[in-house]
Design a protein around this ligand. Structure first.
Ligand code: DC
Length: 232
């Protein structure tokens, strides 16, 4: 069922492994809204960087590799589309190689500037949109209709990630938890657009809520938010 009365922008920020993507997609479907996964854009940029063979520590070369690639991400909540120079990279962006390299690539200011401008352009084309990332409420869309910051305890996040990957070995789960902490630390302490809740964000802790309960809560908040779509 689609609840169509929402217009505006919902930002959904927070660390990795909180179930952000499936919540964001679920909210967008319920509201008949577009959906933009900005993490997929940074991951696609990372594919371009890896394929160019440049050193990840060379910020100038990383920025150039991203500027020379055609990165396209769709906004349909029911059909994922991510291409780099016309090649479908949906599977590749979720792989270990890209996941390892994405933090340094996304910390480069010139890469962020380029992708943020693309994000604002895509958002501008939608009457109602859910945008998922790290800095959407703080930097990309500071005037969004509703800002959500989704968190969960690190152990729960590692368990959920393990479930998605079909991993049950406790050592491997501990390694996943460590990897989540490493990425959170990197994303929260970088100089440009660090991960943090916007001052006016609603913080939703999903440690003890399942996906549907989180989606319900955000849909209710969205429907009771002042519809600013017409005044912007
Ligand atoms: O949400 P994700 O795991 O797909 O994001 C991949 C990486 O991209 C993550 O390590 C942080 C970065 N990212 C970012 O810096 N800013 C965003 N708006 C979205 C993601």
């Amino acid at each position: 069922m689609t609840e169509r009365s929402f217009t505006g922008q919902i930002t959904l920020d927070g660390p990795s492994g909180t179930g952000k993507s499936s919540v964001a997609r679920g909210v967008a479907r319920r509201l008949g809204a577009a959906y933009l996964d900005t993490g997929a854009m940074y991951r696609a940029a990372t594919v371009a960087v890896l394929d160019s063979g440049v050193n990840l520590d060379d910020e100038v070369a990383v920025a150039r590799a991203v500027s020379e690639a055609a990165i396209r991400v769709g906004t349909n909540a029911r059909r994922e589309m991510v291409t780099v120079d016309g090649v479908d990279v949906r599977d590749r962006i979720r792989g270990a190689e890209v996941t390892r390299a994405v933090s340094p690539v996304s910390a480069v200011p010139d890469v962020r500037r380029r992708l943020v401008s693309q994000q604002r352009e895509l958002v501008g084309q939608a009457e109602a949109v859910v945008v998922e990332g790290r800095d959407i409420g703080t930097v990309v869309l500071p005037d969004a209709t509703l800002k959500i910051y989704l968190t969960a305890a690190p152990e729960v996040r590692a368990q959920r990630r393990a479930g998605q990957l079909g991993v049950s070995d406790p050592d491997k789960i501990a390694a996943l938890a460590q990897d989540l902490r490493r990425r959170d630390e990197y994303d929260s302490t970088r100089a440009d657009s660090p991960l943090r809740p916007a001052a006016d964000a609603v913080v939703v802790d999903s440690t003890e809520l399942d996906r549907e309960a989180v989606i319900d809560k955000i849909v209710q908040l969205a429907l009771s938010a002042v519809p600013t779509g017409s005044s912007r």
